[in-house]
Design a protein around this ligand. Structure first.
Ligand SMILES: C[S@@+](CC[C@H](N)C(=O)[O-])C[C@H]1O[C@@H](n2cnc3c(N)ncnc32)[C@H](O)[C@@H]1O
Length: 264
């Protein structure tokens, strides 16, 4: 993801500017990106479109809806704390596994980068039940509305862990809160077209596990009113994805969804 963002940053017509991404990706990251299967719009373009889509979503939550708590679940090598123009008073929480946040911290410190908002790191395993305590201990206030982003995670988690995570987030999200996340559908998990990419991910310990063909119903079950957009559709295209996705009514097609939701 960081390598894809670094490549995008080099473009004149870039969709975002992520000056830390190249160092965060390192040689390993760029090798990995080069070995990815060709995808619509080029390798890593899904990550690029997704990044910009959720950049806009997070900024709208803060600027238009007055939210001042931002939680990036599975933040990984995300540098939004450093590169988005946050309004004053924003407190941003990055959650991920300790080794990932430690690596990011080394790079950020070496670069002398300063966050544009108040930033906290929460080293936690989101597949376990203990992370809400860690987040609360870092100063998160469950009585204040918040905006959450679960980007690039749910696909890799077992079904029970996905539902537990959404249940826990629901308990911490006050009315008026927002949630963004990406999902794959079931057909993608079993698609011969996606197989080489899925096999490459599995070899690196990131096996695809979770998918749903009904993102809105999945979110409604957890108390969120959701809108799902497929990358390439209007609002999730940015002139980068030439092929419009097939209509949702057509069965059997591998799909991904960029989902935004409001707490009911
Ligand atoms: C594909 S990356 C996406 C990172 C980031 N959201 C982005 O888009 O660049 C998936 C992230 O999920 C994190 N992750 C996977 N399993 C996790 C778990 N059980 N608890 C916390 N983080 C986890 C990984 O460490 C990794 O940073």
């Amino acid at each position: 993801m960081a390598a894809a963002r670094a490549k995008e940053t080099e473009r004149e017509d870039r969709l975002f500017h992520d000056p830390l991404a190249a160092d965060l990706a390192g040689e390993d990251g760029f090798d990995w990106l080069e070995r990815m299967e060709p995808a619509a719009g080029g390798p890593g373009m899904y990550a690029v479109v997704r990044t910009r889509f959720f950049d806009d979503f997070l900024m709208e939550a803060c600027e238009s809806f007055g939210i001042r708590q931002v939680v990036l679940a599975a933040a990984g090598l995300d540098t939004r704390a450093f590169r988005l123009k946050w309004p004053s008073g924003v407190r941003l929480f990055e959650m991920d596994l300790p080794e990932v946040l430690d690596h990011k911290e080394d790079v950020v410190e070496n670069a002398g980068a300063a966050p544009i908002c108040e930033r906290s790191m929460v080293r936690a395993d989101l597949a376990q039940e203990t992370w809400p305590k860690d987040l609360l201990g870092s100063g998160y206030d469950p009585d204040e509305p918040s905006v959450w982003l679960i980007e690039g995670l749910l696909f890799y988690l077992p079904r029970d862990a996905v539902h537990n995570l959404l249940d826990d987030i629901g308990e911490l999200a006050a009315p008026g809160s927002r949630l963004g996340l990406d999902l794959m559908n079931w057909n993608l998990l079993f698609s011969p077209v996606a197989w080489p990419q899925l096999a490459a991910l599995a070899r690196r310990g990131a096996q695809g596990r979770f998918g749903t063909n009904a993102p809105e119903a999945f979110l409604a079950r957890h108390g969120w009113e959701a809108d799902a957009t497929q990358p390439g559709e209007e609002g999730a295209n940015f002139g980068r994805l030439p092929n419009r996705p097939a209509h949702r009514g057509l069965p059997g097609i591998p799909r991904s969804f960029l989902v935004t939701a409001e707490r009911l």
